[in-house]
Design a protein around this ligand. Structure first.
Ligand code: NDP
Ligand code: ZN
Length: 352
């Protein structure tokens, strides 16, 4: 079967691989909608998770079930399903005392295009199908649903980690597709003033639709100066980091009030350590909490996010700026994600 792979750090390629096989609890799917992620770009071009050779890329997919193992109960061949980017090993005992994202080891829920072949393939394998897959509701298009697998769950997790409360002022650093969903999540949780840092106009427009009240163009004046003047020196109750290099952590600590929360959903792909500014962190005593997390996966999470769409609370289709309609176009979509033209938020490839 045809697959789009990371050949090695810095290089992608098309290669033929054997079709995967299903164990008793697994499923084999064919993709019907796929999207590249900025994380794939960090992985290939910055070596963010180290060397990988001939590893199939991609972790955002909606698929059709082709085959299931003997112990799978709720899915059968022909079902259309949402496949979360994070597909933990639900039968590992770590599940009972850990975040599911880290069952069996730190970040081990991030299996696709990290620990095993991803979804940019004519067929792909999903472990623990009953616990990882969710049925695609008829009312949601495969294109919209593929946004749930990673962008929506990640952005909303940013708002969860920041523990946003009614009336909180919130800054979201980065308003690409992940930051946009963090804005949507902060609004759903009751944020009042919502600052969004980014320079792409196409993103700023959609950010306003999702609830941003003030755009911070970080290319014109540093974020900390702009927040300082807009909040009369007080800072914000919570900051969500969804873009930028490690300096944004410094900025986040600077702009967050004492007692406030900093939540990171960015993938820092370069450097050995991350800078925390001593004085802005109150010499370690400012009660500013920093949390960082991998997006939640699993079936129930996908079903709950799908409910947000079917009830009209969230429209993730607004993220999609570029549409493709054949499997091979994933190469072009991937290139777009690397180059980030100014009219891009997110590309999607649908496959008949
Ligand atoms: P994009 O590249 O589309 O967006 C990044 C945003 O950050 C843009 O708005 C960009 O502004 C802004 N930005 C860039 N540099 C700076 C800077 N120095 N200061 C402030 N803002 C800056 O990325 P995505 O939205 O696709 O992804 C965001 C991050 O989330 C990535 O690191 C990705 O790997 C990670 N991710 C993490 C997941 C998780 O589970 N935690 C899951 C999925 C993704 P501009 O408008 O100028 O482009
Ligand atoms: Zn991703």
């Amino acid at each position: 079967m045809k697959t789009f792979v990371m050949k090695q750090i810095g290089e992608t390629a098309w290669i033929d691989k054997e079709k995967p096989e299903a164990g008793p609890r697994d499923a084999i799917l064919r993709p019907i909608a796929i999207a590249p992620c900025t994380s794939d770009i960090h992985t290939v071009y910055e070596g963010g998770i180290g060397e990988r050779q001939n590893l199939v890329l991609g972790h955002e997919a909606v698929g059709e079930v082709i085959e299931v193992g003997s112990k799978v109960e709720d899915f059968r061949s022909g079902d259309r399903v949402i496949v979360p980017a994070i597909t933990p090993d639900w039968y590992n005992t770590d599940i009972q005392d850990n975040y599911h994202q880290h069952s069996n080891g730190m970040l081990f829920g991030f299996q696709f295009a990290n620990l095993k072949d991803g979804v940019f393939s004519e067929y792909f394998h999903v472990n623990d199908a009953d616990l990882n897959l969710a049925h695609l509701p008829d009312e949601i298009s495969p294109e919209a649903a593929v946004m749930l697998t990673d962008m929506v769950t990640t952005g909303l997790h940013g708002a969860e980690l920041a523990d946003i409360e009614f009336g909180d002022s919130v800054a979201v650093i980065g308003i690409g597709p992940v930051g946009l969903m963090a804005i949507a999540g902060a609004k759903l949780r009751g944020a009042s003033r919502l600052f969004g840092a980014g320079s792409r106009e196409v993103c700023a427009e959609v950010a306003s639709d999702f609830g941003m009240t003030d755009q911070i163009n970080y290319k014109e004046v540093p974020i900390s100066e702009q927040i300082d003047s807009l909040t009369y020196g007080k800072g914000v109750d919570a900051t969500i980091i969804a873009g930028g290099d490690s300096d944004v952590l410094t900025t986040a600590v600077e702009i967050t009030k004492p007692g406030g929360n900093i939540s990171n959903i960015n993938y820092f792909s370069i450097g050995e350590s991350l800078p925390i500014p001593r004085l802005a962190w109150g010499n370690g005593m400012a009660h500013k909490t920093i949390k960082g997390g991998l997006c939640p996966g699993g079936r129930i999470r996908m079903e709950r996010l799908a409910n947000l769409v079917t009830t009209g609370r969230l429209n993730p289709e607004k993220l999609i700026t570029h549409h493709y309609n054949k499997f091979e176009d994933i190469e072009e979509a991937f290139k777009l994600m690397k180059d980030k033209p100014r009219d891009l938020i997110k590309p999607v490839v649908t496959i008949d």
